[in-house]
Design a protein around this ligand. Sequence first.
Ligand code: SAM
Ligand code: SF4
Length: 463
Amino acid sequence: MEFINEEYLNSLIDDKKLFDVSYQKEIIEKSKLAKGLTLEESAALLNINDPEVLNEMFHTAKEVKEKIYGNRLVLFAPLYLTNLCVNNCLYCAFRRDNKELTRVTLSLDDIKSETKYLVEQGHKRLLLVAGEHPKKSELGFIGEAVKAIYNVNINGGNIRRININTAPMSIDDFKVLKSFEVGTYQCFQETYHYDTYMKMHPSGPKKDYSYRLYAMDRAIQAGIDDVGIGALFGLTDYKFETLALLSHAIYLDHTYGIGPHTISVPRLEPANNAPVAEKPPFAVSDDDFKKLVAIIRLAVPYTGIILSTRERPELRREVFELGISQISAGSRTSPGAYKESQDSMEEHQMEQFQLGDHRSLDQVVKDCTELGYLPSFCTACYRSDRTGDRFMALAKTGKIGKLCAPNALATFKEYLNDFASEETKKTALAAIEKFIKNEDEALQNKINKMIERVDKGERDVFF
Ligand code: SAM
Ligand code: SF4
């Protein structure tokens, strides 16, 4: 636990010097270099109250995001394998003591039909999610599920990258997980505050704070070089949680030479029979949420930040501006829910928590395009071995943007040709033209050639 130094983080939160407005302005200037921030500097930004300074920080976060990732937003959807769970997390509807939850584990046929539904919406990236259960979510089953998903192909449409969000594993199990050819392994610490963690996780294997905290070390040691960390905001003071998340990111970077590939920022949502979710002990306001996202962007500029459909569309639009690089869309949070009607009672009784954004992928794509973002379904890096330190090296030298733009545009055109509604297509085609015009001539030629191949029917065009 040495890299989460509670005493030090609390001393930063209490430090009066870090409320100094001119110091905060200095840090915002420094953050424009996109070289990251120290914990002390991040703590000072967390104290910003002056609306003008806050606006300047928001503006800088947007600039930094655009400098590294351009205007791309990568899209994905979660796929829940099982809601059976031996843990008892007080905030989650899947917890063992929730006797009212209808427990479901998907069969391989169910997994294939959920995948078919998602492929038909146009998704190319999935996040596999599961409760923790020694039999129902064991590694062999995850392997079978991954294989079944990768094998679904509908006229060239298929899932090309599967990320994983499951309970932490041993190094040996992580080695097996890697052999399934999965992408990022994600696991959220939920809260880095030890006493709160112990209260929130009264029983089950998840009770072990340290085993979860060092999950990423074991994953990296097993050869998984893209890992995703996160905290469930609302369990403890958001300033503490943000600084602790950053401590984790800095620790991974120092120890392994690569920081986390992604940081997730879920906020606690209402969940059936989950006492803590009904009334979050440290509910994070929309304003504080925006602030913490912008600070993460400035503190670790090369890390992807993921925003899920837990948030409402209006807020999602505002937060995209502050440095988000990946978003889920058209999500459901219970096993088998994609083929069920979204509003059926049955589904609500099986879901993990309530969603804030119920729009379809097509609606989200149209909205993002209208806002000036380029929705991306690209999975090229993962399949071209540009993961871990290879990806970071490209990101840190500013080269990733040039590589991503053509790939993003080719996959976006593929999506439009195969899956988009006429209305979305109309908006998006005009946007694509504008995006291409913004690139230099050599890149424009490259992009136009790739799009031509897509229009002729070739699928999965990337370089
Ligand atoms: N069971 C595994 C675990 O806990 O790590 C993996 C998946 S769990 C289903 C995925 C994440 O959902 C958790 O890490 C937690 O952060 C989030 N979650 C649980 N309850 C939530 C709630 N009420 N609101 C928002 N997110 C929640
Ligand atoms: Fe189980 Fe994960 Fe929910 Fe906790 S958060 S009850 S471990 S599914």
